[in-house]
Design a protein around this ligand. Structure first.
Ligand SMILES: C[S@@+](CC[C@H](N)C(=O)[O-])C[C@H]1O[C@@H](n2cnc3c(N)ncnc32)[C@H](O)[C@@H]1O
Length: 199
């Protein structure tokens, strides 16, 4: 589901980048996959996450997509000359990934899965495109944060079949994605973590 204007104000703000940098630092502490050749970012917004994945997490090539064509265009045009060969943006839907099985060493989700109508399908697609030993890095939020009394009036999110921590982490477990040591759980509001595909 596409963002409405109040959410755009937050996502376009420079403060959002500071949050993403903090999340990247947490991801780095949790660990990296053995190979750091190709990473995927789902729902890339303005493409800032993809640039950080390339620069700070040192993935050689990054593929990133968003459902909204105008954001993909803006991401593409913000690329500096030296990263143009290594970061590729496209329009796509996180529920139906246009990539073969076992294509990526890592998949990144900076807070988009709560926007996706069929979030279970999205997670199973993520697992499908991960290579054995690949890591799924996620920053995700739950209804007590984005659907509280105030924010549910301001923001636009799907309302049916939403997930809380036990649903989200339970689905990762069901798919065989194993939480990395050091992931902090137990918050009512969200999680920053990583899970590995063992086989
Ligand atoms: C909260 S924003 C996060 C953007 C970016 N990841 C960030 O952290 O700045 C959610 C993004 O997910 C995108 N989105 C929503 N549903 C999607 C879907 N089914 N497939 C791909 N992108 C989607 C929206 O267009 C939006 O850019």
């Amino acid at each position: 589901m596409l963002m409405n204007w109040p959410e755009r104000v937050w996502i376009y703000s420079p403060i959002r980048v500071l949050f993403q940098k903090r999340e990247i630092r947490k991801f780095l502490k949790l660990g990296k996959p053995q190979d750091c050749e190709t990473a995927l970012e789902i729902g890339c917004g303005l493409g800032r996450g993809a640039r950080l994945i390339h620069k700070s997490m040192r993935f050689k090539d990054v593929v990133a997509f968003d459902l909204e064509t105008s954001l993909v265009r803006r991401s593409q045009s913000a690329l500096k000359h030296d990263s143009k060969d290594h970061i590729h943006f496209l329009v796509s839907d996180a529920q139906f990934l246009p990539f073969p099985d076992c294509s990526f060493d890592a998949v990144f989700n900076f807070g988009i899965i709560h926007h996706v109508l069929d979030w279970r399908l999205c997670l199973s697609e993520i697992k499908r495109v991960m290579r054995s030993g690949a890591i799924f890095y996620f920053e995700e939020i739950y209804p007590p944060l984005y659907a509280n009394w105030l924010l549910k009036r301001m923001l636009r999110h799907p309302t049916g079949d939403r997930f809380y921590e036990k649903d989200f982490l339970g689905e990762l477990d069901k798919l065989g994605l194993c939480l990395l040591h050091g992931v902090k759980t137990g918050s009512r509001f969200g999680v920053i973590g990583a899970a590995k595909k063992l086989s």
